[in-house]
Design a protein. Sequence first.
Length: 180
Amino acid sequence: MSKRKFCYLAGGMEKAKHNGKVWRKNITPLLKEQGWTVLNPCKKEFNVFKYHGLHPTDLGDMPKQYHQDVYRPLFKDIVFYDIELIEDIQAIIVYYDESVNLSSGTTSEMTIGRMLRIPILVVKNVPYSDIPGWTIGCIDECFNTFKECVDFLDTPEFQKLKKEVKDYIPPWRKDNETKK
């Protein structure tokens, strides 16, 4: 019996065109064809908004000065919810467009993925030079199209990458340990 494969779709939402829903909708069938269970925060977070008496489209009209009453509690719950989604997955797929640099969620999800030793695959729609250094340090593979990214998931190279990410020890740490 094969183990279910889970992937998380990270990318701009708050500042993204159509709240990042279109690219997630487009890549999901490709992933499902390969047997992946897709964790789409656009769909999952709806329940968090509903709990707070809001709809995701309300974000555009909500001034941040209301953060004490509405904005901060809402996003505190969204952050917690997204972190829980990331904990038990086998890959994070990131769509990196200009909206990612306008908020902190995607980079935070990538950092958590790095800490949990989850492979991070990026489909970029910006020049590589526009991606901050910290974020580059979280990327395992970069692609120009969703198809390239999804096809990579079904290769021996991806299996090798999963092991490399899981077992990675920074060279400087290896050097320090041998000097002791």
